[in-house]
Design a protein around this ligand. Structure first.
Ligand SMILES: Nc1ncnc2c1ncn2[C@H]1C[C@H](O)[C@@H](COP(=O)(O)OP(=O)(O)OP(=O)(O)O)O1
Ligand SMILES: Nc1ncnc2c1ncn2[C@H]1C[C@H](O)[C@@H](COP(=O)(O)O)O1
Ligand SMILES: [Mg+2]
Length: 189
């Protein structure tokens, strides 16, 4: 498996998925969102999906092994055709980053898509009007944000030591955010 180009798990609603779509359109990377993989399992109606749904609805993290196995399987499935991987929503805690490196490899870049808590809440509440996501509601958004600041933000410091973190101001309009993202990716080449 070639090194993964990761988008860091910035806060919920910061705009990771939005920027990933644009990165895929321009650079052709394989986008793997841990949240999307988990929601696909929920949609399958499996017993495991039912357990995952209950965890996600509470705004909690699913067990590390479950999510890492899913990402690894999805990477292997695309290994022949992938130009590089764009991983969205992982790692969400330092331990996840450590295990990723043991089982898969080291990332080349971490895009830290940064927005204020107030902005993230507003975006998620608006998205919740149409998304159908069980976790786009006030109560779960609050829990996801609390968990983000407690468990996920320390991941940035873990990777900053290696100078692979690029902080992206996601308060700006989508196209302006993408211009910063492009610069960070192009500097890699
Ligand atoms: N720069 C932006 N300006 C205004 N709205 C934005 C911007 N980026 C994204 N949005 C909108 C699109 C969505 O309706 C909402 C959340 O964006 P999205 O890309 O889905 O976030 P995300 O992938 O980080 O959230 P999650 O962690 O919940 O999956 O905000
Ligand atoms: N990397 C992950 N570890 C644990 N749980 C995860 C991970 N990625 C997604 N999840 C669960 C918990 C999240 O609240 C939901 C939605 O993810 P999102 O990236 O916001 O779509 O899934
Ligand atoms: Mg997303």
């Amino acid at each position: 498996i070639s090194p993964a180009l990761k988008i860091k798990q910035s806060g919920p609603g910061s705009g990771k998925g939005t920027q990933c779509e644009k990165i895929v359109a321009k650079y052709g990377y394989t986008h793997l969102s841990s949240g999307d993989l988990l929601r696909a399992e929920v949609a399958s109606g499996s017993e495991r999906g039912k357990q995952l749904q209950a965890i996600m609805q509470k705004g909690e993290l699913v067990p590390l092994d479950t999510v890492l196995d899913m990402i690894k399987e999805a990477m292997i499935a695309k290994a022949d055709v992938s130009k590089g991987y764009l991983i969205d929503g992982y790692p969400r805690e330092v331990k996840q980053g450590e295990e990723f490196e043991k089982k898969i490899g080291a990332p080349a870049l971490l895009l830290y898509v940064d927005a204020k808590a107030e902005t993230m809440v507003k975006r998620l509440m608006k998205r919740g009007e149409t998304s159908g996501r069980a976790d786009d509601n006030e109560e779960t958004i609050k829990k996801r944000l609390d968990l983000y600041y407690k468990a996920t933000e320390p991941v940035i410091a873990y990777y900053e030591k290696r100078s692979i973190v690029r902080k992206i101001n996601s308060e700006l309009p989508v196209e302006e955010v993408f211009a910063i993202v492009e610069k960070a990716i192009d500097e890699l080449k």
